[in-house]
Design a protein around this ligand. Sequence first.
Ligand code: HEC
Length: 107
Amino acid sequence: MTKTKALGAAALLATLAGAAPAQTTAAVDANLARNLAATCANCHGTNGNARGDMLVLAGAPAESTIAKMAAFKSGALPATIMHQIAKGYTDEQIRLIAGYFAAQPRK
Ligand code: HEC
């Protein structure tokens, strides 16, 4: 449900971006990456800083996250849940999410 909400908001933002002047596009794109990454927070923590034994995504190189998501999608990387989650995102969305987490400081 969280994902649906975020994607609905993303679609709305994308619509607004189309109508907005060029100089506001970068800010809208930054929110899109953050909003998409927020759908991972239930398990990987706020801004990718997971608690306990969960895997931390904050500060992970974008190429590494992109490669792992692709491997989850294809089934090359065995998973309990990520193989399903990864299929819910386009390559472009995964690129945005990976870039967002790469820029987050590890806490
Ligand atoms: C319901 C909990 C859950 C959600 C939501 C979730 N993950 Fe995961 N994630 C896991 C688990 C559990 C693993 C370990 C692999 C497995 O068993 O699926 C994992 C592993 C990963 C890994 C591998 C990390 C490593 O160090 O090897 C990446 C990358 C990842 N997740 C990215 C994401 C991204 C990006 C999102 C949001 C789009 C996300 N996850 C949402 C539970 C979740």
